[in-house]
Design a protein around this ligand. Structure first.
Ligand code: NAD
Length: 498
């Protein structure tokens, strides 16, 4: 059985805490490995190592740092098939979807190659007599990322790429459910010429997370995961005086206007609602058709599509989606479907009894579709994170907009319409961080920033794009007077431009 330890100071390190967690293969429910859970002392060793390596890395000129990342990107491409296979095996998503997971992460590495330009400061020539002002961005030192199970390649790369490009040393605490790909990234970074100690992976659970939050040498923490943990990490990390950004859960609504192209809408909903078994923070979990005729037509078309979803093991490249991540996740999703029925929602497609032939112990949930869901039901309010789509009928556009705005989450949303006025009004008024118009999963590209609103994100800067460079650097502003011979005597008033 595979034993996964940590990666510290450029080398593998076996865990010494004596605590481990099982790594499952969701497609057949077998245990395929054990991952070490770090103690506070092991985290501290990684931080000391990183702190020692960081100043030298920060002194490497940014173009050379970018070259290491360029080689790293190259090596990820060379190992793409094996990485996707490993990712799918541990997570459960299909191999084509795993390749997308890696690719969206690589795109942020590609963005980070521009670091010589991205980190440039500003300069004002002649701000006063002989006075110039300039600003520079400097790395923070040692920074950390705590990441979720559902994108084990993309989210670690979103964090470590910009952080390392900026000259920081990085401690990654990936999800204990699928640590294989993050560990391979650490190896490939060394193969790419990255210095030991700059990219460290410390596996673990709450103990490792708390050790990160409390460690005085760690200057910034980026977290992605569920909202309750996001809130906890934000509060504890901020109290310890760190820079913290936390991205949490979601309940993403898609508004379907009466004039929407129904073929396009149904395709979009099927992909965004059920892709990756609904385990995406940008999955659509609530469809809001406007008007009875729109709702009836939508539901009529959705039923056969949900019934005919092709579910398969992660190795089946033709499957629409694979198993969910754990048995506990499978049971939680099914129990929400039970609750939905009890609460009075109309279950149009019931995937609770789905069994995958030949993989009977795998963690599968068939596609579920609810109609007549109302906003007081827990299947509407809670993030289910599974292949369950709820249809909440709205009589008017204003009602659909209000529903979206009143929801406690605000990660992603979409509107499907041919009406430019409605689309523009929606984009302007909706209280959500990422908006799609006739696009169901509006994950911004690497050169824009990614982040939700309301209880989907905590902190004031987003992930990737220009915000990542701001998050992982601090600004220093220098006011200089040359020539040095100017003498204007002592002044006891605050300098102004008068
Ligand atoms: P999770 O919150 O259970 O775990 C995330 C990380 O926190 C993991 O590394 C885990 O080890 C750690 N953790 C778990 N419990 C902890 C505790 N009690 N104390 C300290 N650390 C703890 O999330 P998950 O199940 O891995 O991921 C799914 C969630 O992530 C969903 O809610 C999803 O919406 C969200 N997500 C959000 C985004 C976004 O950008 N907003 C992106 C992806 C996933």
């Amino acid at each position: 059985m595979r034993q996964v330890g940590h990666f510290i100071g450029g080398k593998h390190a076996a865990g010494t805490s004596g605590r481990t967690a099982d790594i499952y293969q969701p497609m057949d429910g077998t245990i395929i490995g054990k991952v070490a859970l770090a103690s506070t002392a092991e985290l501290d060793a990684a931080v000391r190592n990183a702190a020692e390596a960081q100043p030298k890395w920060a002194a490497v000129n940014p173009q050379r740092r970018a070259r290491v990342l360029m080689k790293f990107i190259d090596l990820i491409a060379q190992n793409n098939d094996a990485l996707a296979e490993l990712l799918a095996r541990e997570h459960g998503k299909t191999i084509p979807d795993a390749k997308g997971d890696i690719q969206r992460g690589v795109e942020v590495l590609e963005y980070s190659l521009g670091i010589p330009g991205l980190m440039k400061g500003e300069f004002t020539d002649g701000a006063g007599p002989g006075i110039d002002i300039y600003s520079m961005r400097q790395p923070l030192g040692v920074v950390a990322g705590i990441t979720p199970f559902n994108f084990p390649a993309m989210i670690p790369l979103w964090k470590l790429g910009p952080a390392i490009a900026c000259g920081n040393a990085f401690i990654l605490k990936p999800s204990e459910r699928d640590p294989g790909v993050p560990m391979r990234f650490a190896e490939l970074f060394i193969e790419a010429g990255g210095p030991p100690g700059i990219l460290n992976v410390v596996n673990g659970d709450k103990e490792a997370v708390d050790a990160i939050l409390d460690h005085p040498e760690i200057k910034a923490v980026g977290f992605v995961g569920s909202t309750p943990i996001a809130e906890y990490i934000y509060a504890r990390g901020c109290a310890a005086g760190k820079r913290v950004q936390c991205f949490g859960g979601a309940k993403n609504h898609m508004i379907i206007m009466p004039d929407a192209d129904m073929d396009q809408t149904v395709d979009a909903l099927i992909g965004a609602g059920y892709g990756s078994a609904g385990e995406r923070c940008m999955a659509i979990s609530v469809a809001v058709p406007v008007g009875k005729a729109t709702a009836d037509e939508l539901v009529k078309r959705l039923i056969p599509r949900v019934e005919s979803l092709k579910i398969g093991p992660s190795t089946d490249t033709s499957a629409d989606y694979g198993p969910v991540v754990t048995k506990a996740a499978m049971e939680k999703i099914k129990s929400y479907v039970d609750i939905g029925v009890k609460e009075g929602a109309k279950l149009l497609v019931d995937g609770r009894d789905f069994k995958m032939q030949g993989y009977e112990n795998g963690f599968y949930v068939g596609g579920c579709l609810f109609d007549n869901v109302t906003k007081d039901m827990s299947i509407y309010k809670d993030e289910i994170f599974g292949p369950v789509l709820s249809v909440v009928r709205a009589e008017t556009y204003d009602e659909a907009l209000k529903l979206t705005n009143d929801n406690e989450y605000g990660n992603g949303t979409a509107i499907f319409t041919r009406d430019g006025d409605a689309a523009r009004d929606f984009a302007s008024k909706v209280q959500v961080g990422m908006v799609g118009i006739n696009l169901p999963i509006p994950v911004p590209l690497a050169y824009y920033t990614f982040g939700g609103w309301k209880r989907s994100a905590f902190g004031d800067l987003n992930q990737h794009g220009p915000d990542a460079i701001r998050f992982y650097t601090k600004t220093k502003t220098v006011t200089a007077r040359w020539p040095s011979g100017i003498k204007d005597g002592a002044s006891f008033v605050i300098p102004t431009m008068n």
